[in-house]
Design a protein around this ligand. Structure first.
Ligand SMILES: NC(=O)c1ccc[n+]([C@@H]2O[C@H](COP(=O)([O-])OP(=O)(O)OC[C@H]3O[C@@H](n4cnc5c(N)ncnc54)[C@H](O)[C@@H]3O)[C@@H](O)[C@H]2O)c1
Ligand SMILES: O=C(O)C[C@H](O)C(=O)O
Length: 328
């Protein structure tokens, strides 16, 4: 059995937190040999509700759960954290785009970036889930001068999982047969779920579906799935978001399978002509806790236009948070 690691989760009394914490405690994120200490951050008025969640975590009698810390102070919750899942932020309501949350939520991520920089483990792996996730990750990263920018990532894994599931349903294959989908760009309706390299049972996905379905049904269904869930449930996705966060962190910590990639929102190094510094969804492989962008994939004119459009939106979001003084 390994020494326990510290996992910080913000917004821990919220709806995603309620699914996420129990999965982490059960070992779904870091494996069956890795004990965890949960360090939970909430705003002061939510600490009472959080104390109830802690009672339930204790009542789960999870063998891997070696301790729980709760606080309304990021410097306590992030102290020596090895993993930080930044979930705490306001969700959107029907009729809003995720970018509409920038001014409400952006301010949360500057002090959290500063606190991570000051007190977290020097190797902390940070995942931003709170929307707009890519630009919030940029804000946290830009305010964490003592950490490597590559330590900050944003969640496009829910989109990636949605893209797998929609393709599996269309082709009648199990989800495990679908490989190498990419979500390029922003976790927003401009994202580009790219099937050009995807396979289903080893066959090229685009040979199995027609182009019109791909362009006119598949892409919008994946890109607008969050809104469809809000419409149906009256609240934004929670259990599927928690599950995607587990997938993102598990793969980052434990690695991807040979010959397969996953999508992660990471700082662009200029690959594929994406402006450097934007937190952008890329296809990545992961080994020994380090992710690398899959290089050399062909980019059609159709892909280029979609990849540029979502980069343009992220550039505009970055300009907006610059105006608010949240990034340099
Ligand atoms: N990236 C994705 O794929 C994805 C998917 C689903 C939801 N989300 C986003 O995740 C966020 C959380 O969603 P939810 O459904 O859990 O919302 P929720 O409202 O149920 O919970 C959010 C929690 O965050 C807390 N919080 C607010 N400000 C905080 C702060 N400064 N520090 C710590 N905690 C704070 C709130 O008190 C609340 O308990 C939303 O922004 C939502 O849009 C992202
Ligand atoms: O769509 C939302 O606002 C919530 C979340 O980002 C999602 O994709 O379900």
């Amino acid at each position: 059995m390994n020494e326990p690691v510290r996992v910080a989760v913000t917004g821990a009394a919220g709806q995603i937190g309620y699914s996420l914490l129990f999965r982490i405690a059960a070992g779904d994120m870091l494996g069956p040999d890795q004990p965890v200490i949960l360090q939970l951050l909430e705003v002061t008025p939510a600490l009472k509700a959080l104390s109830g969640v802690v009672m339930e975590l204790n009542d789960g009698a999870f063998p891997l759960l070696h301790g729980i810390v709760t606080s309304d102070d990021p410097k306590v919750a992030f102290k020596d954290a090895d993993y930080a899942l930044l979930v705490g932020a306001m969700p959107r309501k029907a009729g809003m785009e995720r970018g509409d949350l920038l001014s409400a939520n952006g301010g949360i991520f500057k002090p959290q970036g500063e606190a991570l920089s000051e007190v977290a483990s020097r190797n902390v792996k940070v995942l931003v889930v709170g929307n707009p996730a890519n630009t919030n990750a940029l804000i946290a990263q830009q305010n964490a001068p003592e950490l490597d920018p590559k330590q900050f990532t944003a969640m496009v894994r829910l989109d990636h999982n949605r893209a797998i599931s929609q393709l599996a349903a269309k082709t009648g294959a199990p989800v495990s047969a679908v490989k190498n989908i990419t979500i390029w760009g922003n976790h927003s309706s401009t994202q580009y779920p790219d099937l050009s390299q995807a396979t289903v049972n080893g066959q090229k996905a685009l040979d199995l579906v027609d182009q019109q379905w791909y362009e006119e049904e598949y892409i919008p269904t994946v890109a607008k799935r969050g809104a469809a869930i809000i419409e149906a449930r009256g609240a934004s996705s929670a259990a599927s978001a928690a599950s995607a966060a587990i997938d993102h962190m598990r793969d980052w910590a434990l690695g991807t399978q040979d010959g397969e990639w996953v999508s992660m929102g990471i700082p662009s190094d200029g690959s594929y002509g994406v402006p450097e510094g934007l937190i952008y969804g890329f296809p990545v492989t992961i080994k020994n806790g380090e992710y690398s962008i899959v290089q050399g994939l062909p980019v059609s004119d159709f892909s280029r236009q979609k990849m540029d459009a979502t980069a343009q939106e992220l550039t505009e979001e970055r300009d907006a948070v610059r105006e608010l003084g949240l990034v340099k």
